[in-house]
Design a protein around this ligand. Structure first.
Ligand SMILES: *Cc1c(COP(=O)(O)O)cnc(C)c1O
Length: 429
């Protein structure tokens, strides 16, 4: 049902989820994306979140997970609200109401619970390794916490995530092992990719990744695009749709494009980025050239070599012109992100987080350039409380929230960006 993008290595769902990445070092991709027929698409209007999840995921899994188990997994991974909130002429689709307050909870929990099911008869523990630009680590840690068949190693870039995010990652302990790397997210990500295909590591450990390179994390993200569609239908909104997705590793927007291949009527996808702008530049000159990653206030998008972009190219059969028909990408500076947060706070008393702000900026730019009539939705991917210090400095006042910050001890290992040292630590765990 799946194949690797490099050497066309075949795999079923279970193996692809359990390995994370193919032996040739490339990403798995579904062999077939089944288009929902018109009736199924219309039925979404009256389905629950879990039923939508089932409809979306079933064909990607086939009979490798029993229906009753699939439903249990879905109940754990989409157990919270997704709200479509009008904001001026646009809509904010809020994905941050999960346990760690960012959209990553959906994919991370789906992956953890699928692996837990697959591993239930394994004697040996598995090691989950994940690189995080801020929110993935929290979601993965929370999802795997106290699943005793797993040790979870989380690599995060030193001084480049917020205090709140660091506390979420480092305060759990037990089977969660945070490691702070003196480098960027891209450094962390390349360490993960090397570990996953390293001979010594593979000999010693059942190792797997929980980044969106893993289809078990990537594909469930399709679900909330259909939940959004239900909300739009139920509000009688049926103009052409343009969706802006704040993008870093491009897993989320890539899932959105799969939703379109499955029949979700979306006219345009807008990949909104911060100044880490490899893809916006690529769309201008067709040259893929990552620069050194720069630090921004939308830190979960401080990525310059997005892992999922090959999948996006594949979805358009590597045809640049087809890609450009459906897909635009713009980048924004921190100053613009801040101004947009303040503007929406003052105009609508709505607090954007820095990522959602970039998403809204992308949507507005698209509307400025295109004169056609669209319904514009942006994904609000994290709760603003995760960026408390930044937000406070922008709106110049504290913001009331019932969410408690985690004040527990930070417990982490700190190392330089060095593969050999990391490998030694991981083999010791
Ligand atoms: C991870 C993340 C993003 C970027 O998502 P990708 O799938 O990596 O493109 C955007 N916003 C927030 C809040 C995130 O945590």
């Amino acid at each position: 049902m799946y194949y690797s993008l490099k050497n066309n290595l075949k795999s079923n769902f279970r193996n692809a989820v359990s390995k994370g990445i193919a032996k040739d070092g490339s990403l798995f991709f579904p062999k077939k994306i089944t288009k929902l027929d018109k009736n199924a698409l219309e039925s979404v209007k009256s389905l629950s979140n879990i039923e939508i999840g089932f409809l979306v995921m079933k064909d990607f899994i086939g009979d490798e997970i029993k229906n009753s188990d699939l439903i249990k997994i879905l109940e754990k991974s989409i157990s919270f609200e997704f709200n479509l909130v009008p904001l001026g002429n646009f809509y904010s689709f809020e994905l941050f109401h999960g346990p760690t307050l960012a959209f990553k909870d959906v994919g991370a929990s789906f992956l953890a619970n699928s692996l837990n099911l697959f591993n239930s008869n394994n004697k040996k523990k598995s090691t989950i390794i994940v690189a995080t630009s801020g929110d993935t680590g929290a979601a993965v840690a929370k999802s795997f916490f106290r699943m005793h068949k797993f040790n979870v190693v989380i690599l995060y870039p030193k001084n480049k995530i917020t205090k709140f995010q660091e506390e979420q990652i480092t305060s759990l302990g037990e089977n969660i092992y945070p490691i702070e790397i003196d480098g960027s997210f891209d450094d962390c990500q390349s360490l993960v990719k090397r570990l996953l295909i390293d001979h010594d590591v593979l000999k010693e450990l059942n190792i797997n990744s929980a980044n969106s390179i893993n289809i078990g994390r990537w594909l469930p993200q399709i679900i909330y695009y259909f939940i959004m569609f239900r909300e739009l239908l139920n509000n009688n909104i049926n103009e052409k749709l343009a969706i802006s997705v704040p993008s870093g590793n491009f897993g989320n927007i890539c899932a959105g494009i799969v939703a379109n291949k499955m029949g979700l009527p979306v006219e345009k996808y807008i990949a909104s980025t911060n100044i880490n702008d490899t893809i916006p530049r690529f769309l201008v000159n067709q040259v893929y050239k990552p620069y050194k990653t720069k630090r921004t206030i939308s830190n979960a998008m401080d990525v310059n070599d997005p892992s999922n972009f090959p999948r996006i190219m594949k979805l358009f059969n590597n045809n640049f012109k087809d890609l450009k028909n459906k897909f635009v990408s713009y980048s924004f500076k921190d100053k613009q992100t801040r101004d947009e947060i303040l503007l929406n706070y003052n105009s609508f008393n709505y607090l954007l987080d820095p990522h959602g702000s970039v998403g809204l900026l992308g949507l507005k730019k698209f509307f400025d350039l295109e004169k056609k009539k669209y319904t514009g939705v942006f994904l609000e991917t994290a709760h603003p409380i995760k960026f408390e210090k930044t937000i406070k400095s922008i709106i110049n006042s504290p913001f009331g929230t019932s969410i408690k910050t985690n004040k527990r001890k930070i417990n982490t290992i700190s190392i330089i960006n060095n593969f050999k040292i990391l490998k030694e630590i991981i083999l010791e765990i």
